[in-house]
Write a protein that binds this ligand. Structure first.
Ligand SMILES: Nc1ncnc2c1ncn2[C@@H]1O[C@H](COP(=O)(O)OP(=O)(O)O)[C@@H](O)[C@H]1O
Ligand SMILES: O=C(OP(=O)(O)O)[C@H](O)COP(=O)(O)O
Length: 394
Protein backbone atom coordinates (compact mmCIF):
# COMPACT_ATOMS: atom_id res chain seq x y z
CA UNK A 1 0.00 0.00 0.00
CA UNK A 2 1.34 3.42 -0.91
CA UNK A 3 -0.16 5.06 2.17
CA UNK A 4 1.55 5.72 5.48
CA UNK A 5 0.57 3.49 8.36
CA UNK A 6 0.81 3.72 12.14
CA UNK A 7 4.32 2.26 11.80
CA UNK A 8 5.47 5.38 9.95
CA UNK A 9 4.68 7.91 12.68
CA UNK A 10 5.61 8.60 16.28
CA UNK A 11 2.54 8.57 18.49
CA UNK A 12 4.14 8.61 21.94
CA UNK A 13 2.23 10.96 24.22
CA UNK A 14 0.05 12.08 21.33
CA UNK A 15 -3.72 12.19 21.13
CA UNK A 16 -4.69 9.84 18.31
CA UNK A 17 -8.15 10.05 16.72
CA UNK A 18 -8.63 6.49 15.49
CA UNK A 19 -11.65 5.84 13.25
CA UNK A 20 -12.77 2.23 13.56
CA UNK A 21 -15.80 0.36 12.20
CA UNK A 22 -17.64 -0.82 15.30
CA UNK A 23 -20.90 -1.06 13.37
CA UNK A 24 -21.69 -4.41 14.97
CA UNK A 25 -24.95 -6.32 15.27
CA UNK A 26 -26.72 -5.71 18.59
CA UNK A 27 -29.75 -7.24 20.25
CA UNK A 28 -31.37 -5.91 23.42
CA UNK A 29 -28.38 -3.71 24.13
CA UNK A 30 -25.81 -6.50 23.78
CA UNK A 31 -23.22 -6.95 21.03
CA UNK A 32 -24.10 -10.24 19.30
CA UNK A 33 -21.05 -10.45 17.00
CA UNK A 34 -17.81 -8.76 18.03
CA UNK A 35 -15.79 -9.69 14.91
CA UNK A 36 -15.30 -6.09 13.88
CA UNK A 37 -14.20 -5.06 17.38
CA UNK A 38 -11.65 -7.89 17.52
CA UNK A 39 -10.42 -7.00 14.05
CA UNK A 40 -9.44 -3.52 15.26
CA UNK A 41 -7.56 -4.75 18.35
CA UNK A 42 -4.08 -4.98 16.75
CA UNK A 43 -4.12 -1.27 15.93
CA UNK A 44 -5.62 -0.23 19.27
CA UNK A 45 -3.16 -2.35 21.24
CA UNK A 46 -0.22 -1.10 19.20
CA UNK A 47 -1.22 2.52 19.83
CA UNK A 48 -1.59 1.79 23.56
CA UNK A 49 1.82 0.11 23.70
CA UNK A 50 3.40 3.07 21.91
CA UNK A 51 2.09 5.39 24.60
CA UNK A 52 -0.61 7.13 22.59
CA UNK A 53 -3.85 8.48 24.04
CA UNK A 54 -6.28 6.49 21.94
CA UNK A 55 -9.51 8.26 21.03
CA UNK A 56 -11.77 5.86 19.13
CA UNK A 57 -14.61 6.95 16.87
CA UNK A 58 -17.21 4.85 15.07
CA UNK A 59 -20.68 4.87 13.63
CA UNK A 60 -23.34 2.34 14.55
CA UNK A 61 -26.35 1.81 12.29
CA UNK A 62 -27.97 4.63 10.37
CA UNK A 63 -29.41 7.11 12.92
CA UNK A 64 -29.60 9.78 10.18
CA UNK A 65 -28.05 12.67 12.08
CA UNK A 66 -30.12 12.32 15.25
CA UNK A 67 -29.57 10.76 18.66
CA UNK A 68 -31.14 7.30 18.70
CA UNK A 69 -30.82 5.78 22.17
CA UNK A 70 -30.48 2.18 20.94
CA UNK A 71 -27.58 3.22 18.74
CA UNK A 72 -25.36 4.56 21.51
CA UNK A 73 -21.97 2.89 21.74
CA UNK A 74 -22.10 2.02 25.47
CA UNK A 75 -22.38 -1.74 24.91
CA UNK A 76 -19.52 -1.57 22.41
CA UNK A 77 -17.34 0.20 25.00
CA UNK A 78 -18.15 -2.55 27.50
CA UNK A 79 -17.23 -5.31 25.06
CA UNK A 80 -14.04 -3.50 24.10
CA UNK A 81 -13.10 -3.09 27.77
CA UNK A 82 -13.46 -6.86 28.22
CA UNK A 83 -11.36 -7.60 25.16
CA UNK A 84 -8.61 -5.16 26.14
CA UNK A 85 -8.70 -6.04 29.83
CA UNK A 86 -8.74 -2.33 30.56
CA UNK A 87 -11.47 0.19 31.24
CA UNK A 88 -12.50 2.14 28.18
CA UNK A 89 -13.97 5.57 28.95
CA UNK A 90 -17.08 6.31 26.87
CA UNK A 91 -18.27 9.87 26.26
CA UNK A 92 -21.90 10.78 25.52
CA UNK A 93 -20.89 13.07 22.70
CA UNK A 94 -18.36 12.88 19.88
CA UNK A 95 -16.87 16.39 20.10
CA UNK A 96 -17.11 19.59 22.11
CA UNK A 97 -16.02 20.82 25.50
CA UNK A 98 -17.12 17.81 27.57
CA UNK A 99 -15.22 15.52 25.23
CA UNK A 100 -12.14 17.75 25.35
CA UNK A 101 -12.27 17.67 29.14
CA UNK A 102 -12.42 13.85 29.14
CA UNK A 103 -9.45 13.70 26.77
CA UNK A 104 -7.47 16.09 28.97
CA UNK A 105 -7.79 13.51 31.74
CA UNK A 106 -6.24 10.73 29.65
CA UNK A 107 -2.85 9.20 30.37
CA UNK A 108 -0.57 7.55 27.83
CA UNK A 109 -1.99 4.14 26.87
CA UNK A 110 -5.56 5.06 27.83
CA UNK A 111 -8.50 4.38 25.53
CA UNK A 112 -11.61 6.49 25.11
CA UNK A 113 -14.60 5.81 22.86
CA UNK A 114 -16.60 8.72 21.46
CA UNK A 115 -20.36 8.57 20.94
CA UNK A 116 -21.79 7.41 17.60
CA UNK A 117 -20.50 9.91 15.02
CA UNK A 118 -23.68 9.52 12.97
CA UNK A 119 -25.72 11.25 15.68
CA UNK A 120 -24.56 14.47 13.97
CA UNK A 121 -25.97 15.48 10.57
CA UNK A 122 -22.53 16.77 9.51
CA UNK A 123 -20.97 13.31 9.61
CA UNK A 124 -22.54 11.83 6.49
CA UNK A 125 -22.51 15.24 4.75
CA UNK A 126 -18.77 15.42 5.33
CA UNK A 127 -19.31 18.88 6.84
CA UNK A 128 -15.95 20.68 7.06
CA UNK A 129 -16.94 22.25 10.39
CA UNK A 130 -17.57 18.85 11.97
CA UNK A 131 -14.34 17.49 10.48
CA UNK A 132 -12.53 20.42 12.09
CA UNK A 133 -14.26 19.79 15.43
CA UNK A 134 -13.08 16.15 15.35
CA UNK A 135 -9.58 17.23 14.36
CA UNK A 136 -9.40 19.63 17.33
CA UNK A 137 -9.57 16.62 19.64
CA UNK A 138 -6.31 15.10 18.45
CA UNK A 139 -2.78 15.42 17.07
CA UNK A 140 -2.86 12.48 14.66
CA UNK A 141 -5.54 10.67 12.64
CA UNK A 142 -5.57 6.92 12.10
CA UNK A 143 -8.15 5.26 9.87
CA UNK A 144 -8.69 1.57 10.61
CA UNK A 145 -12.33 1.49 9.48
CA UNK A 146 -12.08 -0.49 6.25
CA UNK A 147 -15.81 -1.31 6.43
CA UNK A 148 -16.59 2.41 6.11
CA UNK A 149 -13.73 3.37 3.77
CA UNK A 150 -16.13 3.72 0.83
CA UNK A 151 -17.88 6.55 2.67
CA UNK A 152 -16.59 10.12 2.35
CA UNK A 153 -17.78 11.27 5.77
CA UNK A 154 -16.39 13.78 8.28
CA UNK A 155 -14.74 11.09 10.44
CA UNK A 156 -13.56 8.92 7.53
CA UNK A 157 -12.42 11.57 5.02
CA UNK A 158 -12.85 15.20 6.09
CA UNK A 159 -10.75 14.96 9.24
CA UNK A 160 -7.80 13.55 7.27
CA UNK A 161 -7.27 16.99 5.70
CA UNK A 162 -6.54 18.55 9.09
CA UNK A 163 -4.11 16.14 10.75
CA UNK A 164 -1.26 13.81 9.83
CA UNK A 165 -3.34 10.88 8.52
CA UNK A 166 -2.28 7.23 8.35
CA UNK A 167 -3.82 3.76 8.02
CA UNK A 168 -4.22 1.23 10.81
CA UNK A 169 -3.24 -2.44 10.53
CA UNK A 170 -6.70 -3.70 9.59
CA UNK A 171 -7.03 -1.13 6.83
CA UNK A 172 -3.56 -2.04 5.60
CA UNK A 173 -4.29 -5.78 5.59
CA UNK A 174 -7.64 -5.45 3.82
CA UNK A 175 -6.18 -3.26 1.09
CA UNK A 176 -3.15 -5.50 0.64
CA UNK A 177 -5.07 -8.77 0.44
CA UNK A 178 -7.78 -7.46 -1.87
CA UNK A 179 -5.28 -5.39 -3.86
CA UNK A 180 -2.95 -8.32 -4.43
CA UNK A 181 -5.87 -10.51 -5.43
CA UNK A 182 -6.89 -8.05 -8.09
CA UNK A 183 -3.55 -6.82 -9.38
CA UNK A 184 -1.34 -9.88 -9.19
CA UNK A 185 -3.54 -12.93 -8.68
CA UNK A 186 -2.42 -16.52 -8.37
CA UNK A 187 -4.10 -18.50 -11.15
CA UNK A 188 -6.50 -20.01 -11.85
CA UNK A 189 -8.32 -17.05 -10.27
CA UNK A 190 -12.03 -17.60 -9.66
CA UNK A 191 -14.66 -15.11 -8.56
CA UNK A 192 -18.00 -16.26 -7.20
CA UNK A 193 -20.74 -13.66 -7.26
CA UNK A 194 -24.13 -14.32 -5.72
CA UNK A 195 -26.71 -12.52 -3.64
CA UNK A 196 -29.82 -10.73 -4.65
CA UNK A 197 -29.07 -7.39 -6.24
CA UNK A 198 -27.85 -7.45 -9.83
CA UNK A 199 -27.63 -3.69 -9.99
CA UNK A 200 -25.30 -3.48 -6.99
CA UNK A 201 -23.00 -6.14 -8.40
CA UNK A 202 -22.86 -5.16 -12.04
CA UNK A 203 -19.77 -3.02 -11.58
CA UNK A 204 -17.95 -5.87 -9.86
CA UNK A 205 -18.88 -8.42 -12.48
CA UNK A 206 -17.72 -6.08 -15.23
CA UNK A 207 -14.38 -5.32 -13.55
CA UNK A 208 -13.75 -8.97 -12.65
CA UNK A 209 -14.25 -10.07 -16.26
CA UNK A 210 -10.94 -8.33 -17.03
CA UNK A 211 -9.11 -10.20 -14.29
CA UNK A 212 -10.45 -13.69 -13.58
CA UNK A 213 -10.11 -17.05 -15.28
CA UNK A 214 -13.44 -18.32 -13.97
CA UNK A 215 -16.55 -16.38 -13.08
CA UNK A 216 -19.23 -18.25 -11.16
CA UNK A 217 -22.72 -16.77 -10.85
CA UNK A 218 -25.26 -17.90 -8.27
CA UNK A 219 -27.99 -16.64 -5.95
CA UNK A 220 -30.92 -14.51 -6.95
CA UNK A 221 -28.99 -12.54 -9.53
CA UNK A 222 -28.31 -15.69 -11.58
CA UNK A 223 -31.89 -15.77 -12.87
CA UNK A 224 -31.47 -12.54 -14.81
CA UNK A 225 -28.65 -14.33 -16.65
CA UNK A 226 -30.82 -17.43 -17.14
CA UNK A 227 -33.52 -15.21 -18.61
CA UNK A 228 -30.91 -13.57 -20.85
CA UNK A 229 -30.23 -17.01 -22.31
CA UNK A 230 -33.90 -17.18 -23.27
CA UNK A 231 -35.15 -19.57 -20.58
CA UNK A 232 -38.30 -19.23 -18.49
CA UNK A 233 -37.55 -18.39 -14.86
CA UNK A 234 -41.07 -18.46 -13.38
CA UNK A 235 -41.32 -16.23 -10.33
CA UNK A 236 -37.59 -16.14 -9.68
CA UNK A 237 -35.88 -12.84 -8.99
CA UNK A 238 -35.48 -10.79 -12.16
CA UNK A 239 -34.07 -7.40 -12.96
CA UNK A 240 -35.73 -6.86 -16.28
CA UNK A 241 -33.73 -3.79 -17.27
CA UNK A 242 -30.46 -5.68 -16.77
CA UNK A 243 -31.14 -8.56 -19.17
CA UNK A 244 -29.28 -6.90 -22.05
CA UNK A 245 -26.34 -6.16 -19.80
CA UNK A 246 -26.29 -9.77 -18.61
CA UNK A 247 -26.14 -10.83 -22.26
CA UNK A 248 -23.26 -8.47 -22.94
CA UNK A 249 -21.34 -9.85 -19.93
CA UNK A 250 -21.67 -13.38 -21.27
CA UNK A 251 -20.40 -12.22 -24.65
CA UNK A 252 -17.54 -10.30 -23.07
CA UNK A 253 -16.58 -13.41 -21.08
CA UNK A 254 -16.42 -15.42 -24.29
CA UNK A 255 -14.26 -12.77 -26.02
CA UNK A 256 -11.87 -12.65 -23.10
CA UNK A 257 -11.63 -16.40 -22.69
CA UNK A 258 -13.16 -16.28 -19.20
CA UNK A 259 -15.03 -19.44 -18.22
CA UNK A 260 -18.50 -18.25 -17.28
CA UNK A 261 -20.33 -20.66 -14.98
CA UNK A 262 -24.08 -20.46 -14.40
CA UNK A 263 -26.41 -22.80 -12.55
CA UNK A 264 -27.33 -25.90 -14.56
CA UNK A 265 -30.06 -26.88 -12.12
CA UNK A 266 -31.96 -25.12 -9.38
CA UNK A 267 -34.10 -25.75 -6.31
CA UNK A 268 -37.50 -24.23 -6.99
CA UNK A 269 -40.25 -23.57 -4.44
CA UNK A 270 -43.95 -22.74 -4.70
CA UNK A 271 -43.61 -20.10 -1.98
CA UNK A 272 -40.89 -17.91 -0.45
CA UNK A 273 -40.84 -19.86 2.81
CA UNK A 274 -38.89 -22.56 4.58
CA UNK A 275 -41.93 -24.88 4.51
CA UNK A 276 -42.76 -24.40 0.84
CA UNK A 277 -43.00 -27.36 -1.51
CA UNK A 278 -39.71 -27.65 -3.33
CA UNK A 279 -38.09 -29.68 -6.08
CA UNK A 280 -34.94 -29.74 -8.19
CA UNK A 281 -35.29 -28.91 -11.88
CA UNK A 282 -32.92 -28.29 -14.77
CA UNK A 283 -32.27 -24.62 -15.30
CA UNK A 284 -34.34 -24.53 -18.51
CA UNK A 285 -37.33 -26.23 -16.89
CA UNK A 286 -38.44 -23.79 -14.17
CA UNK A 287 -42.26 -24.03 -13.88
CA UNK A 288 -44.05 -20.73 -14.46
CA UNK A 289 -45.51 -20.36 -10.95
CA UNK A 290 -42.41 -21.52 -9.00
CA UNK A 291 -39.29 -19.58 -8.02
CA UNK A 292 -35.63 -20.57 -7.87
CA UNK A 293 -34.28 -20.17 -4.35
CA UNK A 294 -31.03 -22.16 -4.45
CA UNK A 295 -28.60 -23.82 -6.85
CA UNK A 296 -29.22 -27.52 -7.47
CA UNK A 297 -26.99 -30.54 -6.72
CA UNK A 298 -25.39 -30.74 -10.19
CA UNK A 299 -24.46 -27.06 -9.95
CA UNK A 300 -23.01 -27.58 -6.46
CA UNK A 301 -20.79 -30.32 -7.83
CA UNK A 302 -19.76 -28.24 -10.85
CA UNK A 303 -18.88 -25.22 -8.71
CA UNK A 304 -17.02 -27.38 -6.19
CA UNK A 305 -14.78 -28.76 -8.92
CA UNK A 306 -13.94 -25.30 -10.23
CA UNK A 307 -13.14 -24.09 -6.70
CA UNK A 308 -10.89 -27.07 -5.93
CA UNK A 309 -8.83 -26.41 -9.08
CA UNK A 310 -8.38 -22.68 -8.32
CA UNK A 311 -5.40 -21.05 -6.65
CA UNK A 312 -7.33 -17.95 -5.61
CA UNK A 313 -11.06 -17.53 -5.01
CA UNK A 314 -12.98 -14.39 -4.11
CA UNK A 315 -16.54 -14.96 -2.94
CA UNK A 316 -19.25 -12.36 -2.57
CA UNK A 317 -22.91 -13.17 -2.09
CA UNK A 318 -24.81 -16.36 -1.14
CA UNK A 319 -25.89 -18.99 -3.69
CA UNK A 320 -29.45 -19.11 -2.38
CA UNK A 321 -31.73 -17.95 0.40
CA UNK A 322 -29.36 -19.42 2.98
CA UNK A 323 -31.21 -17.84 5.91
CA UNK A 324 -33.82 -20.59 5.37
CA UNK A 325 -32.41 -24.06 5.99
CA UNK A 326 -34.41 -25.47 3.08
CA UNK A 327 -32.39 -23.29 0.66
CA UNK A 328 -29.00 -23.19 2.36
CA UNK A 329 -27.41 -26.22 0.69
CA UNK A 330 -25.89 -24.35 -2.26
CA UNK A 331 -24.26 -21.71 -0.09
CA UNK A 332 -23.08 -24.40 2.31
CA UNK A 333 -21.58 -26.44 -0.54
CA UNK A 334 -19.58 -23.46 -1.78
CA UNK A 335 -18.38 -22.65 1.75
CA UNK A 336 -17.41 -26.31 2.25
CA UNK A 337 -15.55 -26.47 -1.06
CA UNK A 338 -13.59 -23.35 -0.08
CA UNK A 339 -12.79 -24.93 3.28
CA UNK A 340 -11.63 -28.13 1.56
CA UNK A 341 -9.49 -26.36 -1.05
CA UNK A 342 -6.19 -26.55 0.77
CA UNK A 343 -3.91 -24.98 -1.86
CA UNK A 344 -6.38 -22.23 -2.59
CA UNK A 345 -6.24 -18.75 -1.08
CA UNK A 346 -9.82 -17.92 -0.14
CA UNK A 347 -11.13 -14.40 0.28
CA UNK A 348 -14.65 -13.75 1.55
CA UNK A 349 -15.95 -10.34 0.55
CA UNK A 350 -17.83 -9.45 3.70
CA UNK A 351 -21.60 -9.08 3.98
CA UNK A 352 -23.82 -12.15 3.78
CA UNK A 353 -21.06 -14.50 2.63
CA UNK A 354 -19.11 -13.74 5.80
CA UNK A 355 -22.28 -14.34 7.84
CA UNK A 356 -22.79 -17.64 5.99
CA UNK A 357 -19.31 -19.05 6.67
CA UNK A 358 -19.78 -18.06 10.32
CA UNK A 359 -23.14 -19.80 10.41
CA UNK A 360 -21.68 -23.00 8.96
CA UNK A 361 -18.74 -22.93 11.40
CA UNK A 362 -16.20 -22.65 8.57
CA UNK A 363 -14.87 -19.13 9.22
CA UNK A 364 -11.51 -20.32 10.55
CA UNK A 365 -10.93 -22.31 7.35
CA UNK A 366 -10.91 -19.17 5.18
CA UNK A 367 -7.72 -17.22 4.51
CA UNK A 368 -9.25 -13.77 4.65
CA UNK A 369 -12.73 -12.64 5.63
CA UNK A 370 -13.15 -8.99 4.84
CA UNK A 371 -14.75 -6.81 7.52
CA UNK A 372 -16.33 -4.70 4.77
CA UNK A 373 -19.23 -5.75 2.57
CA UNK A 374 -19.92 -2.58 0.58
CA UNK A 375 -16.31 -1.45 0.91
CA UNK A 376 -14.85 -4.67 -0.51
CA UNK A 377 -17.39 -4.62 -3.34
CA UNK A 378 -16.45 -1.08 -4.32
CA UNK A 379 -12.78 -1.97 -4.05
CA UNK A 380 -13.31 -4.98 -6.33
CA UNK A 381 -15.15 -2.73 -8.77
CA UNK A 382 -11.90 -0.83 -9.12
CA UNK A 383 -13.22 2.28 -7.38
CA UNK A 384 -11.00 4.45 -5.19
CA UNK A 385 -12.07 4.36 -1.54
CA UNK A 386 -12.28 7.96 -0.20
CA UNK A 387 -11.22 6.89 3.30
CA UNK A 388 -7.99 5.52 1.86
CA UNK A 389 -7.34 8.22 -0.75
CA UNK A 390 -7.41 10.91 1.98
CA UNK A 391 -4.51 9.33 3.91
CA UNK A 392 -0.91 10.58 3.56
CA UNK A 393 1.17 9.00 0.82
CA UNK A 394 4.34 7.15 1.74
N1 LIG B 1 -32.45 -17.25 -5.39
C1 LIG B 1 -32.66 -16.23 -4.57
N2 LIG B 1 -33.84 -15.60 -4.54
C2 LIG B 1 -34.06 -14.57 -3.69
N3 LIG B 1 -33.14 -14.10 -2.83
C3 LIG B 1 -31.95 -14.70 -2.82
C4 LIG B 1 -31.64 -15.77 -3.67
N4 LIG B 1 -30.37 -16.15 -3.43
C5 LIG B 1 -29.91 -15.36 -2.47
N5 LIG B 1 -30.84 -14.47 -2.08
C6 LIG B 1 -30.73 -13.48 -1.01
O1 LIG B 1 -29.72 -12.55 -1.28
C7 LIG B 1 -29.43 -11.88 -0.07
C8 LIG B 1 -28.02 -11.35 -0.10
O2 LIG B 1 -27.89 -10.53 -1.24
P1 LIG B 1 -26.81 -9.38 -1.33
O3 LIG B 1 -27.16 -8.29 -0.38
O4 LIG B 1 -26.69 -9.03 -2.77
O5 LIG B 1 -25.49 -10.14 -0.85
P2 LIG B 1 -24.28 -9.65 0.08
O6 LIG B 1 -24.87 -9.11 1.36
O7 LIG B 1 -23.46 -10.86 0.33
O8 LIG B 1 -23.58 -8.62 -0.72
C9 LIG B 1 -29.65 -12.88 1.02
O9 LIG B 1 -30.53 -12.35 1.96
C10 LIG B 1 -30.28 -14.08 0.29
O10 LIG B 1 -31.39 -14.62 0.97
O1 LIG C 1 -21.67 -2.35 7.88
C1 LIG C 1 -21.20 -1.66 6.99
O2 LIG C 1 -21.44 -1.91 5.67
P1 LIG C 1 -21.46 -3.43 5.05
O3 LIG C 1 -22.63 -4.16 5.69
O4 LIG C 1 -21.66 -3.21 3.58
O5 LIG C 1 -20.13 -4.05 5.38
C2 LIG C 1 -20.28 -0.50 7.27
O6 LIG C 1 -20.18 -0.26 8.66
C3 LIG C 1 -20.78 0.75 6.53
O7 LIG C 1 -22.06 1.08 6.99
P2 LIG C 1 -23.04 1.92 6.05
O8 LIG C 1 -23.39 1.05 4.86
O9 LIG C 1 -24.25 2.26 6.91
O10 LIG C 1 -22.28 3.16 5.62
Amino acid sequence: MNKKTVRDIDVKGKRVFCRVDFNVPMQNGVVTDDTRIRAALPTIQYLMEQGAKVILASHLGRPKGKVVEEMRLNAVAERLSELLGKRVVKTDEAYGDAVKAAIAEMNEGDVLLLENVRFYPGEEKNDPELAKAFAELADVYVNDAFGAAHRAHASTEGIAHHLPAVAGFLMEKEIEVLGKALSNPDRPFTAIIGGAKVKDKIGVIENLLDKVDNLIIGGGLAYTFVKALGHEIGKSLLEEDKIELAKSFMEKAKEKGVNFYMPVDTVVADDFSNDANKKVVNIDEIPSDWEGLDIGPKTRELYRNVILKSKLVIWNGPMGVFEMDAFAEGTKAVAQALADAKDTYTVIGGGDSAAAVEKFGLADKMDHISTGGGASLEFMEGKQLPGVVALNDK
